[in-house]
Design a protein around this ligand. Structure first.
Ligand code: MLT
Length: 260
């Protein structure tokens, strides 16, 4: 069952739909909203259990998240094919959207994400994180997780962003965190879908990303026919927050060359 998601839209034109990382919210796309709503219809959602979107149960699997996004777009009259951008968990959801409704995807932007399923070790880490969050709350994750997500350059040169990411993690709903962790742990290997993608695709990676390496993302890009791949220097996992101009410029250039 899906429940309507909290959704924000600004501007007019081709819809660009942004899917956020775990355990953040649509607020991570505020800079993109400001820039892209000048020429496009910017759309961002809070995935189930994050920001202002409700929890739906114990496990939010990636398919449920994808179905929730599609029905929320329908409810908001956004039925036409859109450009979808997913960062990390948002990318897992985007792969499910491509499986369920490829006709809705006019173009795809994959940032700091992967198509493969969790390893046994990552599943165990998720179960440990669920334990900690259930006992101690989301704040207990904030510092270690922000450290892992942000690149070395951001950690040493951008304390404001480090604090912002920490605060966003600490503000996340523990139930939403646990449900998404269970959903990500259960996600299937989506690699076979990569060779079927016909929408123009852009794949972006951060050179300092300790969670998904540029080498892994390059391999993913090589499986998507005609995709463009860029690895952004001085950048960790949260590409658009760590290097906003590079993220946005690659995005806009891609739209101009491959989509419009
Ligand atoms: C994210 O940034 O969304 C997470 O790293 C995804 C994950 O935990 O696999």
């Amino acid at each position: 069952m899906t429940k309507p998601l909290s959704l924000e839209t600004a501007g007019t034109g081709v819809p660009l739909v942004f899917l956020h990382a775990f355990p953040l919210s649509m607020r991570m796309w505020d800079a993109e909203k400001a820039r892209f709503s000048r020429n496009f219809r910017f759309v961002a959602v809070d995935l189930p259990g994050f920001g202002a979107s409700p929890n739906v149960g114990e496990t939010h699997d990636m398919e449920l998240m994808a179905r929730s996004v599609l029905s929320s777009l329908d409810q908001n009259g956004i039925g036409e094919p859109a450009v979808f951008a997913g960062l990390s968990m948002g990318g897992y959801v985007l792969l499910q959207i491509l499986r369920l409704a490829p006709e809705r995807v006019r173009a795809a932007v994959f940032a700091a994400t992967r198509a493969t399923a969790d390893t046994a070790a990552s599943r165990e880490n998720r179960m440990r994180a669920i334990d900690v969050v259930t006992r101690e709350g989301a704040a207990s994750l904030a510092t270690p997780m922000a450290e892992k997500m942000l690149g070395a350059t951001t950690r040493s040169e951008n304390p404001d962003l480090v604090a912002r990411v920490r605060n966003s993690i600490a503000a996340a709903d523990p139930e939403g965190i646990c449900a998404a962790q269970r959903g990500m742990a259960a996600r299937p290997d989506m690699s076979p879908i990569l060779t079927t993608i016909s929408a123009p695709s852009l794949v972006l990676s951060g050179e300092e990303d300790g969670l998904v390496s540029s080498a892994e993302m390059k391999e993913m890009a090589e499986k998507i026919r005609g995709s463009q791949f860029f690895s952004i220097p001085q950048c960790g996992h949260l590409i658009n927050l760590e290097q906003p101009p590079a993220f946005q410029d690659h995005f806009l250039h891609f739209l101009k060359r491959k989509v419009l």
